[in-house]
Design a protein around this ligand. Structure first.
Ligand code: ADP
Ligand code: MG
Length: 266
C-alpha cells in the first residue's frame, strides 16, 4: 500500500512476530535481503529459524509484522500464492512424495507455477503433449544440476539421504523461484557431500539468478557461502552482519558459536 520511503529490497521484513500460545517463537524480527544475496540464518535449536521460513512462505501466518517481496505486501498470503510470486523453500525434515519417482516429484512442483490451461487441454493433445515433453526436459535439466538425472525413475524414498536433500532443492527450483529458502540443506552430510552441495547451489544460483536464504548449522558452509548472516536467539535478532564480523561478535559467540563446536546439529 502506498509508496515506501526507502530504497527497495527484494525482501523486506518488519517487526515479524509469531506466537504459539504465548510462546514467542519469533519476536520483532527486522531484516532485508537484496537481489543476488545469500543471507545465512543461524542460531541455536528453537531460535525460530524454521518458523521464519514458515512465515516467509505463507505456511504459517504471522501474529504481527509485515513481509514485502518485490515491493508487494505479501503478509497474509498463503503458500500457493507465495510460491507463484517466486518464493520456494525446502524443508528441514525432508518432505518428498516418497513413493513417486524422482522425476515426478519435480514435475509436480513445476505445475505449481506452470499450469496447463483448460483450453489448452481441450484444444487437443498436440499442444498438451509438446508442453509435457518440454516440462520433462526442463525437469531433467533441474535434476542434472543436482547430479540426479540417472535416478529419475527411482522412487524418491529409495534414494540415499544426501540425494533426497538434493532432490528437495531440485523440486523447489522447479517452481521457478526468485528467492530460494533452504532449511538445513547440509544436515546429515559429510564434508565432501557438503562441498559438492555448495557447488551445486552456487551453480543454480548463477544460472537462475536466485537470491538465497540459507538456514544451516554447518558453520563452515555458512561462513564460506553467505554474504551476510542473521543470528537468531530466542526468536530475536541478535546480529546481522558480514561473516567475518559475526565470527568475532562476542554475543554471538556466547549464545551460539561457542557451543556449536561441541553440539551436533539437530
Ligand atoms: N507449530 C508450532 N506450534 C507450537 N510451537 C512451535 C511450532 N513451531 C515452532 N514452535 C516453537 O517455536 C520455537 C522455534 O522453533 P523453530 O522455528 O523450529 O526453531 P529452529 O528452526 O531455530 O530450531 C520452538 O520453541 C518451537 O518449539
Ligand atoms: Mg529448524
Amino acid at each position: 500500500m502506498g509508496i515506501r520511503s526507502h530504497i527497495s529490497h527484494l525482501l523486506d521484513v518488519t517487526d515479524l512476530t509469531k506466537s504459539f500460545k504465548g510462546l514467542h517463537a519469533l519476536e520483532d524480527v527486522n531484516f532485508q535481503v537484496d537481489a543476488d544475496e545469500i543471507l545465512g540464518v543461524i542460531g541455536p535449536n528453537g531460535a525460530g529459524k524454521t518458523t521464519l521460513l514458515n512465515l516467509l512462505t505463507g505456511y504459517l501466518l504471522p501474529t504481527r509484522g509485515k513481509i514485502y517481496f518485490e515491493d508487494k505486501n505479501i503478509t497474509g498470503l498463503r503458500m500457493p500464492a507465495v510460491t507463484r510470486l517466486g518464493i520456494a523453500r525446502t524443508f528441514q525434515n525432508i518432505r518428498l512424495f516418497g513413493t513417486m519417482s524422482v522425476l515426478e516429484n519435480v514435475l509436480t512442483a513445476q505445475q505449481l507455477r506452470t499450469d496447463f490451461s483448460l483450453p489448452e487441454v481441450l484444444l487437443g493433445m498436440g499442444t498438451f503433449r509438446r508442453k509435457e515433453r518440454e516440462l520433462v526436459e526442463q525437469a531433467m535439466e533441474h535434476l542434472g544440476y543436482f547430479d540426479l538425472q540417472d535416478q529419475a525413475d527411482r522412487p524418491a524414498n529409495s534414494l540415499p539421504y544426501g540425494m533426497q536433500r538434493r532432490l528437495e532443492i531440485a523440486r523447489a527450483l522447479a517452481t521457478s523461484p526468485k528467492l530460494l529458502l533452504l532449511d538445513e540443506p547440509a544436515a546429515g552430510m559429510n564434508i565432501s557431500e557438503t562441498d559438492a552441495l555448495h557447488e551445486m547451489i552456487l551453480e543454480v544460483k548463477q544460472r537462475f539468478h536466485l537470491t538465497i536464504i540459507l538456514v544451516e548449522h554447518d558453520m563452515r558452509l555458512v561462513m564460506n557461502m553467505c554474504d551476510r548472516i542473521l543470528v537468531l536467539n530466542y526468536g530475536r535478532v541478535l546480529a546481522t552482519d558480514r561473516p567475518e564480523a559475526i565470527r568475532q561478535n562476542a554475543q554471538v559467540i556466547e549464545s551460539y558459536l561457542g557451543k556449536s563446536h561441541h553440539t551436533a546439529a539437530s
